[in-house]
Design a binder for this molecule. Structure first.
Ligand SMILES: [Zn+2]
Length: 208
């Protein structure tokens, strides 16, 4: 088995002003997912998440995120792929997300939007010959974004507990160095808390 080489970009000395300038939602028709996209973008992505991103990456690149909906495997909430160097497509799973809580959908969108910004920055940098796999991105997210994701979720959903927001912020980061370093009981509690918000449970704000 190949052991991925982890390459963490050095923190830039001059904060960047990279930005998501266009959000295209015409590929989404489900009203639950459309509402969640708006919630995720207003506070979380534009301020909190973009702020952390610019602490890591210099430059003034402009990215477009295009949202789509599609039938994905039931254990996959969303998928992110490059459409062109600065245009990243995020496909949201219409089989599971509309029945999930808004909190879960927003956390998924924030997570995928970070992938999208990484991918776009990577493409625009000419894909330097270092690995920037999903594994590496997840390790970066686990080390840099959990607190910011937590803050973004608390600001979007003021009624949500800190514990639940932190758990949702850890969603999808399970095979990372930081996750392995968690106390196993704490990690298991995060998994249980996340599950409460999914399509098979009832916690959180629901639109169905
Ligand atoms: Zn991910």
């Amino acid at each position: 088995m190949d052991i991925p080489v982890e390459v963490i970009p050095p923190a830039t000395t001059v904060p960047g002003s990279n930005s998501v300038t266009d959000i295209i939602k015409t590929g989404v028709s489900d009203p639950c997912m459309l509402a969640a996209i708006d919630m995720a973008l207003a506070d979380g992505l534009q301020n909190t998440i973009a702020g952390v991103f610019n602490q890591m990456f210099a430059g003034t690149d402009e990215f477009t995120i295009e949202f789509h909906e599609g039938d994905l495997p039931l254990d996959v909430s969303a998928d992110t792929r490059t459409a062109s160097p600065a245009i990243i497509e995020i496909t949201l799973n219409r089989l599971t997300l509309p029945g999930s809580s808004r909190e879960y959908i927003v956390a998924t969108i924030l997570h995928e939007a970070i992938h999208a910004m990484y991918d776009a920055k990577w493409n625009l940098a000419g894909r330097p010959k270092v690995i920037f796999s999903e594994y590496v991105q997840h390790n970066l997210m686990a080390s840099k974004y959990v607190e910011e994701m937590n803050a973004a979720l608390r600001s979007i959903f003021p009624m949500m507990s800190d514990a639940d927001a932190i758990a949702l912020a850890w969603g999808g980061l399970y095979w990372t160095t930081s996750w392995s370093a968690l106390n196993p009981t704490v990690a298991n509690n995060y998994l249980l808390a996340i599950a409460e918000y999914d399509q098979n449970h009832t916690k959180g704000n629901r639109c169905r």
